[in-house]
Design a protein around this ligand. Structure first.
Ligand code: URA
Length: 438
C-alpha cells in the first residue's frame, strides 16, 4: 500500500478500507506523510465524500491517536454539549454551570474562535486569571470536586485532529461532513463523556449555511455517537442573526452573568434551556427533556447556577471580583453607535458580517498568532423583527483601534436590512424529527 495509491483510490470515488484510512491518518500524525500528500487526500475526501463506514473508521483512528480519558471513577452520567460554531454563541458558558448545579457532571473541552465564529476558551480567558490549560489529571480532579471543568484541547487528546484540522483550515477542506464529524466526535469521545448534546448551527453565520446540509451533519454526528455507545441528541438552531445581544469576549461574559442572574435575552435562554434540558435528561436527572428544561430554569431562578459559575471561576483561578462587579472591568478606548438608516422593522442582521466585523475590532484573530482584545466587540440594541426609527441606535461598537471604527460602522450598517411591513420571526430551534439509521 502506498500513499499515492490511497490518494488515487479516493480521487476515483472508491471506498477505503480501515487499514488504508489509519495508514493515512496515523502516518500524517507521526509526520511520516508530508503535508502535500495529506492535502491531496483531504481534497479527494472533500470532493468524493466518505461512506458511513469510512466516517466511523476515520473517527475511530483519530480518537485513538492519543489519550482517551477515563472518567469512570466519577459518579453519574457525564454529559457534554458541543456547538458547531456561531456568532454570539455563549450558550456553553451559561449551560455548563446550570447542568452541573442540577447534578450532571460536565466534562467540557472547548475550542477557540475559528473563522468568523467565537470560541468559548477566548471568552473564558477574558476573565482575569481564568485558566483553561489544566492537565487531564487536574481536569478529572476538578470535575470530581465541583462537577464541571472547562478546558482546551491538550496535545495528548486526539492529536490527529489538531494536525489535520490545521491543514484543512488552509486547504479549503473544512466544510466536509465526514471530516467535521470525525473532528468533533474524536475530541468529544476522547474527553470521557457518557452522552452528548449537539448544537448544529444553520444559516448565514454557521459553517453549514443550508438547512439540508445541517440535517446531514446532525445525522452523521448522531450516528457516530450512537455507534460508540454514547447517547447523542442534536438540535439544529438558527444562526442567521447573532445569538443574544453581544458579540465579543468580555461583552459576552457580561451577558452570561446577566443570564445566570435570570436576565438573559430570550433567544439565548431558549437555546440554553433546550440544550440543557436534554443534558439533564441524558444525565438521568430528569425523566424527559421537558422536565429537564423545567429543572434548567429552576437552577437559574434559585441562584444555584450562579453559585456554580462562581465556583467554576474560583476553581479555574479566575478573579471572582470581576464577575461580581463587572463594572470594574476596563472599557475600550473608543466606541461608536450604528444608527438605523430607515424607519421600519429590522428584517435581518447578517451574522456572518457581524462576526467578521468583530474580528476587525480586535475580538478575534486575523492570523493564528494575533492577540485578542477581550474588551472589543459589538452590543446589539435591536434584533430582527424590532421596529426602529431612522437615526435610532441599533448597535454600539467597541475597540481600542480608532481607525477601524468608521469602517466597522458602515460595514455593520450594511449588514442590517429593513422591511416597511412587520417581520415574522424565524424559527430559532428546528424540530428534531429526522430518523437516524444506526
Ligand atoms: N469544529 C470542529 O471541531 N471541527 C470541525 O471540523 C469543524 C468545526
Amino acid at each position: 500500500m502506498t500513499v499515492y495509491e490511497i490518494i488515487s483510490k479516493k480521487r476515483d470515488g472508491l471506498e477505503l478500507s480501515d487499514k488504508e484510512i489509519s495508514f493515512m491518518v496515523n502516518g500524517f500524525t507521526k509526520c511520516e506523510i508530508p503535508d502535500y500528500q495529506m492535502s491531496a487526500w483531504l481534497m479527494a475526501v472533500y470532493l468524493q465524500g466518505m461512506t458511513k463506514r469510512e466516517t466511523l473508521s476515520i473517527t475511530q483512528t483519530m480518537l485513538h491517536s492519543g489519550e482517551v480519558v477515563d472518567l469512570s471513577s466519577i459518579a453519574g452520567v457525564k454529559v457534554d454539549k458541543h456547538s458547531t460554531g456561531g456568532v454570539g454563541d455563549k450558550v456553553s458558558i451559561v449551560l455548563a454551570p446550570i447542568a452541573a448545579a442540577a447534578g450532571v457532571p460536565v466534562p467540557m473541552i472547548s475550542g477557540r474562535g475559528l473563522g468568523h465564529t467565537g470560541g468559548t476558551l477566548d471568552k473564558l480567558e477574558s476573565i482575569p486569571g481564568f485558566r483553561i490549560d489544566f492537565s487531564i489529571e487536574q481536569y478529572r480532579q476538578k470535575i470530581e470536586k465541583i462537577g464541571v471543568c472547562l478546558i482546551g484541547q491538550t496535545n495528548t487528546l486526539a492529536p490527529a485532529d489538531k494536525k489535520i484540522y490545521a491543514l484543512r483550515d488552509v486547504t479549503a477542506t473544512i466544510q466536509c461532513i465526514p471530516l467535521i464529524t470525525a473532528s468533533i466526535m474524536s475530541k468529544k469521545l476522547a474527553e470521557g463523556i457518557d452522552a452528548l448534546v449537539l448544537d448544529v448551527k444553520t444559516g448565514r453565520g454557521a459553517f453549514m449555511q443550508s438547512y439540508e446540509q445541517s440535517v446531514t451533519l446532525a445525522k452523521s454526528l448522531i450516528s457516530v455517537g450512537e455507534k460508540f455507545g454514547k447517547p447523542t441528541v442534536a438540535y439544529i438552531t438558527n444562526m442567521n442573526e447573532p445569538l443574544g445581544n453581544t458579540v465579543g469576549n468580555w461583552l459576552e461574559i457580561k451577558e452570561c452573568i446577566d443570564a445566570l442572574h435570570g436576565n438573559g435575552p430570550g433567544d439565548l435562554m431558549e437555546v440554553t434551556h433546550q440544550l440543557c434540558g436534554a443534558m439533564i435528561y441524558l444525565g438521568k436527572k430528569a425523566d424527559s427533556i421537558e422536565q429537564g428544561i423545567k429543572t434548567s430554569k429552576e437552577m437559574i431562578a434559585s441562584g444555584k447556577a450562579w453559585n456554580k459559575f462562581l465556583e467554576i471561576v474560583k476553581e479555574q483561578n479566575g478573579d471572582v471580583s470581576f464577575i461580581e462587579q463587572p463594572e470594574k472591568y476596563p472599557q475600550s478606548k473608543y466606541s461608536a453607535d450604528v444608527l438605523a438608516d430607515k424607519t421600519g422593522c429590522i428584517a435581518s442582521i447578517d451574522s456572518l458580517e457581524v462576526g467578521l466585523t468583530a474580528i476587525t475590532l480586535g475580538a478575534g484573530r486575523q492570523k493564528s498568532d494575533d492577540q485578542i482584545d477581550p474588551k472589543a466587540g459589538i452590543v446589539l440594541h435591536k434584533k430582527t423583527t424590532d421596529a426602529v426609527n431612522a437615526g435610532e441606535k441599533i448597535m454600539t461598537i467597541y475597540s481600542d483601534n480608532q481607525k477601524i471604527l468608521e469602517q466597522a460602522k458602515s460595514r455593520l450598517a450594511a449588514a442590517v436590512s429593513y422591511s416597511s411591513t412587520p417581520v415574522k420571526s424565524e424559527k430559532l430551534i428546528y424540530d428534531l424529527n429526522f430518523k437516524i439509521e444506526i
